[in-house]
Design a protein around this ligand. Structure first.
Ligand code: NAD
Length: 367
């Protein structure tokens, strides 16, 4: 049986890392019918939106998508395709494993953290009022009337929203994940001492949910303390559940602990649909140079195989990637001890090396 999967190559380095990933996934022997569709600036003129309806329809139909990064203009222009996709499809959980594979240059040992980031609300909800707009004026008057606070008239607003419902489902997701993958502890991240009605609510709900899972240890950390703990002793953390914005920042930090964005995979998961994509963005400066590390996207492919129930193929592909890393020969510039290393290979050569490992392993298995 072939799996129907929506494949969104993205832009910048997206098409190159996507192609490398498609090749290694096919080399596992699992069959796919790829429905290749584009999103982002490249389709804006044709469809008048960076996220055309047929892309969403395809994911709804296939239930699974593999996606490369898509550039978001800063400050002006269209809103993030990535954020819109997660919201439109209610992909409420963003799962970002940060695992240190032997051979990766790092200051640490034994890091294996899974970030579970709430994906639909917080400061990412997109509820914003532009400085000088009538709506911003209304909000300033409302704040003055209800709170007595004088907000500067030239202020812009991004509203932080945390709901009981979204907090409960992300906390449950984190504990269910911990149980399914035999993890020992969940840490909830917040700044509840300052933002009592938003982060405070998130923490209250996380504590309530923790009581339903007595087999899993629970603790919480203020986000500022968490950043310091992560760079001092990351081994103490296991599954980390967090509101959207802190999750965004902490997952890049954790990616840095385990070798950088080039090796950090991710998935956006809802009750029925799932979109797998690396943590990194489109790294425009490396576009078309066959330079970017495809392993973050390949490891997102490993997560997709797990999701599809292809556990053996997932384990084989992860091992092939880990073996290439451990050998240290066929890796991109970011995994070499010095970034000026002239022996670094390109994106497509990494795919060749992973495929060679897969083939070798399957020959050994057959013999
Ligand atoms: P980025 O992740 O694209 O790149 C930051 C730096 O990390 C790069 O300059 C590069 O040095 C390194 N890097 C990233 N991916 C790498 C890889 N695969 N191999 C080797 N090195 C890699 O972050 P950015 O520059 O902040 O964002 C660029 C664009 O990507 C922005 O428009 C942003 O909005 C978008 N973005 C998209 C997604 C997504 O599609 N899910 C996620 C993050 C950022």
């Amino acid at each position: 049986m072939a799996y129907n999967v929506t494949l969104i190559p993205g832009d910048g380095i997206g098409p190159e890392v996507t192609e490398a990933t498609r090749r290694v996934l096919e080399a596992t022997g699992v069959a796919f019918n790829w429905e290749v569709l584009n999103a982002g600036a490249g389709v804006l003129d044709r469809y008048d939106t960076p996220l055309p309806a047929h892309v969403l329809q395809s994911i709804r139909k296939n239930k699974v998508a593999l996606k490369g990064p898509v550039t978001t203009p800063v400050g002006t222009g269209f809103r993030s395709v990535n954020v819109a996709l997660r919201k439109e499809l209610d992909l409420y959980a963003c799962l970002r494993p940060c695992k240190l594979y032997p051979g990766i240059p790092s200051l640490f040992k034994d890091v294996d953290i899974v970030i579970v980031r709430e994906n639909t609300e917080d400061l990412y909800a997109g509820i914003e009022f532009e400085e000088g707009s009538p709506e911003a004026g209304k909000l300033i008057r409302l704040i003055a009337e209800t709170k007595g606070d004088k907000v500067k008239l030239d202020s812009g607003f991004s509203i932080k929203i945390i709901s009981r419902t979204a907090s409960r489902r992300i906390a449950r997701f984190a504990f269910e994940y911990a149980r399914a993958y035999k993890r020992r502890k969940v840490t909830a991240i917040h700044k509840a001492n300052i933002m009592k009605f938003s982060d405070g609510l998130f923490l209250t709900i996380a504590r309530e949910v923790a009581k339903e899972y007595p087999d899993i240890e629970f603790e919480d950390r203020l986000v500022d303390n968490m950043t310091m703990q992560l760079v001092k002793r990351p081994q103490q953390f296991d599954v980390v559940v967090t509101p959207n914005l802190y999750g965004d920042i902490l997952s890049d930090l954790c990616a840095g602990l385990v070798g950088g964005l080039g090796v950090a995979p991710g998935a956006n998961i809802g009750d029925e649909l799932a979109v797998f994509e690396p943590t990194h963005g489109s790294a425009p400066k490396y576009t078309g140079q066959n330079k970017a590390n495809p392993m973050g996207m390949m490891l997102s492919g490993v997560m997709m195989l797990h999701h599809l129930g292809e556990i053996r193929a997932a384990e084989r592909l992860e091992k092939a990637i880990a073996d290439v890393i451990a050998e240290g020969k066929n890796v991109t510039y970011d995994l070499k001890p010095s970034i000026t290393n002239t022996e670094a290979v390109g994106t497509s050569q990494v795919a060749d090396a992973v495929i060679e490992k897969l083939e070798k392993a399957s020959n050994t298995y057959q013999n």
